[in-house]
Ligand binder design. Structure first.
Ligand SMILES: CSC[C@H]1O[C@H](OP(=O)(O)O)[C@H](O)[C@@H]1O
Ligand SMILES: Nc1ncnc2[nH]cnc12
Length: 291
């Protein structure tokens, strides 16, 4: 198994990761274009950690415009094996009020104007997204939370909308009625691309609001989100720090096979592959395509 390197994708209000030592900033070039920002690579305890703010420092990139492929590609190039997504979310559950950390285990993708695959014409692949979250990584997050005395709610479905506008009341009530737990604008296609890149993925959904369905709460506004994220910044940093300090030296095989997702995924035989695309896949799929 390769050395475990922990990636952290910071969401709204999370543009830095306190507690990293020996930090260097790396602008890794990607054939998929410009990532949101440089990677900050450092150490927390014995673990190498690579941090990227997915909206860029200064929150310059909107959810629809994030180059998710480049972000995941540079994480892969940096050797990231396990990726934790820190994400601000609206909640559809009374029992998950603002301030709650939810370790979701499912996603529903309602985005419609994003590049959502590394593969395509000249190299077709279909990975499984049945279990998008790495159960062991999630368990480690739960253990880190317990060790730090941070309450988490385990399990739930994150619906990813296109945005950038928040939902209408009808949409919010529909998602609530469908039993979804939280809503955000970024974890799809991020989780799909992480799977294609064989990076184990887990999300900490940090509830910031009740979207607009709750009769006793005003419809969400950006100021509410930022206020709650700021209030929870220390908790999020402690959670990641503990996770990193207790992380194994070697990547643990993922029960959801996220780290071997390409074993059975590629449809196009070598003689039919587009060489240009194969070259771009050097980091993401080098393990199976040959570097
Ligand atoms: C600032 S509110 C909407 C914004 O916040 C969430 O971002 P992230 O998932 O990166 O924490 C949500 O997905 C929207 O992008
Ligand atoms: N209610 C909401 N809808 C979509 N994205 C969000 N991010 C934080 N709160 C959100």
């Amino acid at each position: 198994m390769p050395a475990a390197i922990l990636g952290v994708m910071g969401g709204s209000g999370v543009y830095d990761l306190p507690g990293m030592e020996d930090v260097r900033e790396e602008r890794i070039a990607s054939p998929w274009g410009e990532p949101s920002d440089a990677l900050r690579i450092g150490r927390i305890g014995p673990t190498t950690v690579a941090f990227m703010p997915r909206h860029g420092r200064g929150h310059r990139v909107s959810p629809s415009d994030i180059n998710y492929r480049a972000n995941i590609d540079v994480m892969k190039r940096a050797g990231v094996t396990d990726l934790v997504s820190l994400s601000a979310c609206g909640s559809f559950k009374e029992e998950c009020p603002p301030g709650t950390f939810v370790l979701v285990d499912q996603f529903v993708d309602r985005t419609h104007r994003r590049e959502s695959s590394f593969f395509g014409r000249g190299c077709v692949a279909h990975v499984s997204m049945a279990h998008p979250i790495g159960p062991r990584l999630q368990e480690r997050l739960a253990q880190a939370a317990a060790a730090e005395g941070i309450a988490v709610s385990r399990g739930g479905t994150y619906v990813c909308m296109e945005g950038p506008q928040f939902s209408s009341l009808a949409e919010s009530l529909t998602y609530k009625g469908l039993g979804y737990t939280v809503i955000g604008m970024t974890n799809m296609p991020e989780a799909k691309l992480a799977r294609e890149a064989e990076i184990t993925y887990a999300t900490v959904a940090m509830v910031t609001d009740f979207d607009c369905w709750h009769p006793d709460h005003e419809a969400v506004e950006v100021a509410d989100v930022i206020k709650v994220v700021r209030a929870n910044a220390d908790k999020a940093a402690r959670l990641v720090s503990r996770l990193a300090r207790d992380f194994p030296a070697e990547h643990e095989p993922c029960p959801a096979k996220s780290d071997r997702a390409l074993d059975t995924a590629i449809m196009t035989p070598p003689e039919f592959r587009d060489l240009e695309l194969v070259q771009k896949l050097d980091a993401v799929a080098g393990r199976v395509l040959g570097r």
